[in-house]
Design a protein around this ligand. Structure first.
Ligand SMILES: *[C@@H]1O[C@H](CO)[C@@H](O)[C@H](O)[C@H]1NC(C)=O
Ligand SMILES: *[C@@H]1O[C@H](CO)[C@@H](O)[C@H](O)[C@H]1NC(C)=O
Ligand SMILES: *[C@@H]1O[C@H](CO)[C@@H](O)[C@H](O)[C@H]1NC(C)=O
Ligand SMILES: *[C@@H]1O[C@H](CO)[C@@H](O)[C@H](O)[C@H]1NC(C)=O
Ligand SMILES: *[C@@H]1O[C@H](CO)[C@@H](O)[C@H](O)[C@H]1NC(C)=O
Ligand SMILES: *[C@@H]1O[C@H](CO)[C@@H](O)[C@H](O)[C@H]1NC(C)=O
Ligand SMILES: *[C@@H]1O[C@H](CO)[C@@H](O)[C@H](O)[C@H]1NC(C)=O
Ligand SMILES: *[C@@H]1O[C@H](CO)[C@@H](O)[C@H](O)[C@H]1NC(C)=O
Ligand SMILES: *[C@@H]1O[C@H](CO)[C@@H](O)[C@H](O)[C@H]1NC(C)=O
Ligand SMILES: *[C@@H]1O[C@H](CO)[C@@H](O)[C@H](O)[C@H]1NC(C)=O
Ligand SMILES: [Ca+2]
Length: 544
């Protein structure tokens, strides 16, 4: 009798959405009825699946998307990763009339006592907006979380979703990927959190790099009210310009009719580092001060390079040096007009100029796939376009078209952060100077415009350049990827202003990363500067 009454009361309360407030979250309230009011006025939910999942490993449900991976950002999955018990809310919805399909996953630590009272979304990578596996890491740290596939199947190739038919852009799917589904995943995830635990998250965060860094900037520019703090690492902002600029080097290789093997590219990078390493006062294979190196590849014409894969020797030609200089300079129009920033001298050229060789003298350049997709699917709107036959005028025309047609959709480059300032939201952006996929100067460009828009921008938005660091981490330099989120949290929750950002590098004189040195990176426009003393000591550097 007693048990019948309590069951029936909890059922009634679950149906009325009150159970969690009285009884607390738990497996018994992890049901569809608890989330029956979870919706938005502009969407039509076609499937809502709520499951208590024990030992969640990021891909328990039978839905697709969980295998998409996070592309360029790291996620600690694998057999040794700890797992967690969660309430998994999986929904599929459409925006009526747009014929789009959005899959969104919300993860809630199953017991309220395992929830840290906070909400955290991790970002995606490349064409991957997010996915079921992306919620795992926040959940393992006690956060509630959500993520979305952004309106396209992450296991499919872009051509399958970017066009509704040949010649026609799939605008709803692009809007979903660019911003719409992301913002909705945040709203739904926060609502579900409040429904399940009976209280709203005390703090809400975004943490992403690359595409995830662009997504963080989408939130900052469009919906800062949803977040207290945002990390936007190596952000893929300025998308309309930097994506076609990624096609520049492969395009120049074709135009100059030269396909240098990797050993030649490495020889250029090594020579530039050799020439410019000491400009910052420390011999550490890092060129710390952007803009001071003026190395010209033409000084290497006729030099012989020893190669191992394929093996043999090869002589550097004039065309090869023009390609290297073009890589560093960045795209310029046929009339010599600036189109976008180049890569820095210590960036790994193979990021843009991957070559496939049958012999040292017979290589093919494979363009960076995201950029190649963009040219074909979104600019030419021809999924079978042969991108190796573009002319100089074709390139410039497609570049202009990218800016004209897509800047407002996916550029994510508005420097007007007024709403973020009003909302009290804090953001930290950082970018590895030797990033080989997204030119770091694009983020310098954005932050410079944000500083012009609001001279007090540093009160709520700070940007750190990381010398010698690659895309979202790695490289020989001072990598802040493991410390940046905690730094943001301390700023939001404790008011600890990030006057520096801790980065970890391999110590000089050590070949493995097991011996490290620390650098306290500087908020732009301050420059991380060597003063004197042991360069393996953090105290030998300062912000100038
Ligand atoms: C989820 O995956 C883990 C690890 O593979 C497994 O132990 C667990 O039983 C799965 N849970 C469900 C509900 O399928
Ligand atoms: C809903 O969840 C159940 C239990 O995990 C699973 O068997 C089923 O396939 C899921 N349905 C969908 C549409 O994902
Ligand atoms: C929403 O979806 C349901 C079920 O799929 C369908 O019957 C209904 O017509 C849809 N509503 C709108 C506005 O499209
Ligand atoms: C995603 O693509 C895979 C492979 O092409 C396919 O098996 C799956 O059904 C697709 N999922 C959705 C939700 O469209
Ligand atoms: C990056 O910006 C700096 C400062 O404006 C400039 O001096 C440098 O040449 C730029 N580097 C590239 C690769 O565009
Ligand atoms: C290339 O290899 C040859 C023979 O092993 C050696 O004599 C030469 O110094 C090497 N050249 C370079 C640039 O390393
Ligand atoms: C490299 O070239 C070989 C032979 O032409 C080809 O089979 C292979 O698919 C190419 N690899 C890539 C990554 O394009
Ligand atoms: C170069 O390699 C391609 C395969 O990628 C092959 O078809 C072609 O015959 C090779 N050319 C020469 C001159 O070896
Ligand atoms: C698409 O590109 C292919 C290969 O470059 C070309 O043959 C074809 O005519 C193009 N289609 C359209 C509609 O322009
Ligand atoms: C805030 O400061 C307290 C006391 O120093 C510390 O224990 C806590 O970890 C800090 N919180 C964050 C998010 O850094
Ligand atoms: Ca140096």
């Amino acid at each position: 009798m007693v048990s019948w009454i309590s069951t029936s009361i909890s059922t009634i309360m679950a149906l009325s959405g009150l159970a969690q407030g009285v009884l607390g979250a738990g497996a018994s309230s992890c049901t569809v009825s608890t989330f029956s009011s979870l919706t938005l006025s502009n969407i039509n939910i076609t499937n809502l699946n709520v499951t208590a999942v024990y030992n969640y490993n990021g891909a328990n449900s039978s839905s697709t998307g969980g295998t998409g991976g996070v592309g360029m950002i790291s996620a600690s999955t694998g057999s040794t990763a700890p797992t967690v018990n969660i309430c998994l809310v999986y929904m599929t919805y459409t925006h009526p009339g747009q014929n789009d399909v959005v899959n969104t996953w919300i993860g809630l630590p199953l017991e309220a006592s395992d929830w840290n009272s906070r909400f955290l979304m991790d970002g995606g990578g490349g064409w991957v907006a997010g996915g079921e596996d992306v919620i795992l890491e926040p959940l393992m740290s006690g956060y509630s979380s959500s993520s979305t596939d952004g309106g396209h199947n992450t296991t499919a190739s872009t051509a399958d979703w970017g066009l509704t038919s040949e010649g026609n852009t799939n605008w709803p799917a692009l809007w979903d990927f660019a911003s719409v589904a992301l913002v909705e995943a945040a709203v739904l995830g926060k609502k579900a959190t409040e429904t399940y635990y009976g209280s709203a998250p005390k703090y809400s965060y975004w943490n992403g790099c690359s595409t995830g860094g662009r997504q963080g900037h989408v939130m900052a520019q469009q919906h800062p009210d949803l977040f207290d703090g945002i990390v936007g690492g190596a952000p893929a902002i300025n998308w309309d310009k930097f994506i076609p600029s990624e096609f520049w080097s492969p395009f120049m290789a074709q135009l100059l009719d030269t396909q240098p093997p990797l050993c030649v590219l490495d020889a250029f990078t090594d020579a530039a580092i050799e020439a410019c390493d000491m400009l910052d006062g420390v011999k550490d294979k890092i060129i710390s001060y952007p803009g001071q190196c003026h190395f010209k590849a033409s000084s290497m014409i006729g030099r012989t390079v020893n190669c191992s894969d394929p093996s043999g020797t090869i002589t550097i030609t004039k065309a090869m040096t023009k390609l290297a200089d073009a890589y560093w300079e960045g795209p310029r129009s046929a009339e010599g007009r600036f189109e976008w920033h180049g890569f820095h001298y210590d960036s790994d050229m193979s990021g843009m100029l991957t070559t496939n060789c049958t012999s040292l003298h017979n290589c093919t350049v494979i363009p960076f796939s995201i950029s190649d997709d963009w040219m074909k699917v979104f600019l030419a709107r021809n999924s079978s376009l042969n991108t190796d036959s573009l002319t100089r005028l074709d390139y410039d025309r497609l570049f202009r078209q990218s800016v004209n047609q897509y800047a407002s959709v996916i550029g994510t480059e508005s420097p007007d952060l007024t709403e973020m300032k009003l909302a009290g939201t804090k953001m930290i952006a950082w970018h590895g100077i030797s990033d080989p996929l997204i030119p770091a100067n694009g983020t310098v460009d954005y932050y410079t415009r944000a500083m012009k828009f609001d001279p007090d921008v540093a009160e709520y938005y700070r940007f750190f350049l990381a010398p010698g660091v690659g895309h979202c981490g790695g490289g020989t330099g001072f990598d802040p990827s493991d410390t940046v989120f905690d730094t943001l949290r301390a700023w939001v929750e404790n008011g600890t202003v990030p006057d520096t950002l801790k980065g970890i590098a391999t110590a000089i004189g050590h070949s493995t990363s097991s011996t490290t040195r620390t650098g306290h990176l500087c908020p732009y426009p301050k420059v991380f500067t060597y003063t004197s003393g042991d360069p393996n000591k953090a105290s030998s550097f300062t912000c100038v």
